[in-house]
Design a protein. Structure first.
Length: 233
């Protein structure tokens, strides 16, 4: 920005330095034309020829000064275009920042709201109905499954525990094992972020209708099913 100010000042100074000589030459041009008219009226041809020569010389000077002025104008337009381009870039960056801030705010609100419902579902519906010991075994099996999956390996001897949980979830809540693992994944995400104050069921369902950030879209389905578990209406 400082560079733009200095360039603008330089152009203004150049324009000011041109203006006075140009005004003087234009005034001289008018005087010479009047003199030439008088010479013609007086039929003073020698003086007339001299005046014409002076007019020709003065006209050249005017053209030279006007060329300088045109150069200043062109540089001014070029500077204006550069400033406008930079302003447009800055505006685009500000819009991107605003979008990122809005997405961050939405993300925190989503994670904070549904974290509590996922936790409530795990405690009241899954752990309580399965029993603590079986739920503990299921959690360990799911943990092993996620670790082994990251390592490119498959779960073998404890796969029956996961399948049993899958049957329980689908029969009672129409939640698939894949959706349940998404709920656990979202819970882990929310544990790493600020979460908002508690929300009522209606507030949570309203939030579910909002536009989720792209990476949170996949959680909408299972979250809706969890809310239905606690919706008494």
């Amino acid at each position: 920005m400082t560079s733009y100010h200095s360039q603008l000042k330089e152009l203004k100074d150049k324009n000011d330095s041109i203006r006075t000589p140009l005004d003087n030459k234009m005034k001289l041009q008018e005087d010479l034309i009047l003199t030439m008219k008088d010479d013609i009226i007086d039929q003073d041809w020698n003086s007339c020829i001299k005046t014409i020569e002076e007019l020709s010389d003065n006209t050249k000077h005017i053209h030279q000064i006007m060329d300088q002025q045109m150069e200043v104008s062109n540089k001014s337009f070029s500077l204006i275009e550069t400033v406008i381009d930079d302003l447009n870039d800055t505006r685009a960056q500000l819009n991107d920042t605003k979008t990122q801030l809005n997405n961050t705010e939405t993300r925190v609100k989503i994670l904070g709201t549904f974290r509590d419902y996922i936790k409530l579902f795990l405690i009241q519906k899954v752990e309580r109905e399965l029993g603590k010991s079986e739920w503990y075994e299921v959690k360990n099996a799911l943990f092993e499954k996620r670790v082994l999956k990251r390592m490119g390996l498959e779960l073998d001897e404890r796969d029956d525990v996961v399948k049993k949980l899958g049957g329980f979830l689908f029969d009672n809540y129409n939640i698939t094992m894949e959706e349940f693992e998404l709920l656990l994944e979202m819970r882990d995400k929310s544990n790493k972020a600020f979460h908002d104050n508690e929300k009522s069921i209606e507030q949570a369902k309203t939030l579910l209708k909002e536009q989720f950030p792209d990476d949170l879209q996949k959680y909408k389905g299972p979250l809706s099913k969890v809310l239905n578990v606690f919706d008494k209406k």
